[in-house]
Design a protein around this ligand. Structure first.
Ligand SMILES: *Cc1c(COP(=O)(O)O)cnc(C)c1O
Length: 403
């Protein structure tokens, strides 16, 4: 008789966004005349830019002609895209990353989740608290998280991120083998400085640990002193894997394209992690669509960059409007600068689900309760700049009106 992977049965049933959708649907059914505004979404709303669309149209035409048709592509992605990534993301700050260290994929979520395949089950994993749930659940599925004790996983090292440490984690007491970091951070909007990343890179090298660095929001950084990649820190090429995505940079959430960097200098137990990941990908992955990779290449053209910067500026203006409105109303607000996420403290220590319900019912605004991202998220809500500008302004007025 078939036996199921029992780790799945340990996972928490009510997934955060499912619960938000349930409460929202319940309210709309009871109050069909109310118009809700969603400020909780972690999805972009603007369409793909013109150069990206043109590039994909041309790629569709390539597929229609025998002389330009493309079948299976390279597992690691086409060279034209990997070279464009090096030129755009790494060469400008002198990072020692080459095209043969880049793996193109269908998005950062798959890679963040799948990377665990190449590591032994008994590695100790550290995550920030609050955290993007993918890192935790993916490790729980492969048996690396221990058991759920009602609040936390028994074998995960939680790195508290709170107002006291400015939402940048401190080094833990128990030494982990695998450390997930994400800056600009989802959900807190915090961004680590080079000095702060340097501490983690040195720590990982000292302890033979590997950092999983999620840089999905790197293009939201406007402060030129802040690092957009972990490879801006010397030595990171010996201890860090970096995940990137076209989703938040260029609106590819529905189009699907990401890229993971595994430097050749990153070795553990005498093995090159780049080689092992290539072995994994060539077995379980058959590449990202040629059409999508041509669209992604266009993102990094001169015109492509100009177009995505305009869209990001639009989202960041929404973030400013939210941040200013809530601050003026007296809330403690974090993020919203160099990040599309705003992390706001609930008034008078109200539990985050209670504040979520209050804003849903009284302001008709949907947010994300911080408790859904981990125990340290209690007492906060997450708002995003990804909505429509006019609706965002209106939502902020409504929220401020019920505080
Ligand atoms: C949105 C997001 C991603 C990107 O995921 P894709 O699969 O590339 O769409 C990665 N990490 C974090 C923290 C995110 O919020």
């Amino acid at each position: 008789m078939v036996k199921m992977n029992e780790n799945f049965s340990k996972l928490q049933g009510s997934y955060l966004f499912a619960e938000i959708a349930r409460r929202t649907a319940e309210y709309t059914t009871a109050n069909p005349e109310k118009k809700l505004i969603k400020l909780g979404i972690g999805d972009v709303t603007k369409p793909l830019s013109n150069v990206v669309i043109s590039a994909m149209h041309r790629a569709v035409d390539d597929m229609a002609d025998k002389s330009t048709f493309m079948g299976y592509g390279p597992y690691e992605g086409y060279e034209f895209l990997r070279e464009a990534i090096v030129r755009h993301d790494y060469a400008p700050f002198g990072a020692p990353i080459r095209a043969d260290e880049i793996f193109v994929s269908d998005g950062a979520k798959s890679d963040c989740g799948n990377i665990g395949d190449i590591f032994a089950e008994d590695n100790v994993v550290a995550v920030c608290d609050p955290v993007y749930p993918v890192y935790v659940d993916a490790n729980a599925m492969s048996g690396r998280a221990g058991d759920w004790d009602g609040k936390r996983w028994t074998n995960i090292v939680y790195l508290p991120c709170n107002e006291q440490n400015g939402f940048i984690p401190e080094l833990p007491v128990r030494t982990p083998d695998i450390i997930y970091l994400c800056f600009p951070n989802n959900p807190t909007g915090a961004v680590a400085t080079k000095e702060q990343l340097r501490i983690w890179v040195d720590y990982a090298r000292r302890n033979d640990a590997v950092i999983m660095y999620d840089a999905a929001y790197r293009e939201y950084i406007s402060d030129s002193g802040l690092p957009r990649s972990i490879y801006e820190i010397g030595g990171a090429e010996e201890c860090a894997i970096e995940f990137n995505s076209f989703s938040k940079t260029a609106g590819f959430t529905g189009t699907r394209c990401g890229y993971t960097v595994i430097p050749k200098a990153l070795k553990r137990g005498g093995e090159s992690l780049n080689d092992v990941w290539m072995r994994r990908q060539s077995t379980k992955f058959n590449g990202t669509s040629y059409i999508v990779q041509r669209g992604a290449e266009a993102v990094f053209s001169e015109q492509g960059e100009k177009e995505y910067r305009e869209i990001i500026a639009y989202y960041m203006n929404n973030a400013r409007v939210i941040k200013k409105g809530l601050e003026d109303a007296g809330l403690a607000v974090h993020g919203g600068v160099n990040s599309p996420y705003i992390w706001a403290r609930t008034p008078d220590g109200m539990p985050s689900w209670d504040f979520f319900d209050k804003l849903l019912r009284e302001a008709n605004v949907v947010t994300t309760p911080g408790a859904g991202f981990g125990p340290e998220g209690e007492g906060f809500i997450r708002l995003t700049g990804f909505g429509d500008a006019e609706a965002t302004k209106q939502a902020v007025e409504r929220v401020v009106g019920v505080l």
